[in-house]
Design a binder for this molecule. Structure first.
Ligand SMILES: [Zn+2]
Length: 81
């Protein structure tokens, strides 16, 4: 395939594979908790590592700050929001 052909076909790196663990967590938490987490994710005052820590202590799920940040940047396997 030529570059021109590739261009016409469009980007190939559409999101695929399982959603990242942040997404899975958001889906598995009760509504109130899920909304609280979503709010934290939107609030830049919360560092990824802080959110990871609070998730570990309050939910008992181990998740890394890097995973949180990747999700925030939209760099994870989730579909763009
Ligand atoms: Zn994600």
């Amino acid at each position: 395939m030529s570059l021109a052909g590739a261009l016409q076909a469009g980007p190939t790196s559409t999101r695929r594979g399982p959603r990242c663990s942040v997404h899975t967590l958001l889906r598995s938490l009760p509504n109130v908790e899920s909304r609280a987490l979503a709010t934290m994710l939107d609030d830049n005052g919360w560092l990824g590592s802080d959110i990871a820590k609070v998730i570990r202590s309050e939910v008992g799920v181990t998740i890394s700050g890097t995973t949180i940040q990747r999700h925030r940047r939209g760099d994870c396997s989730c579909e763009p929001v």
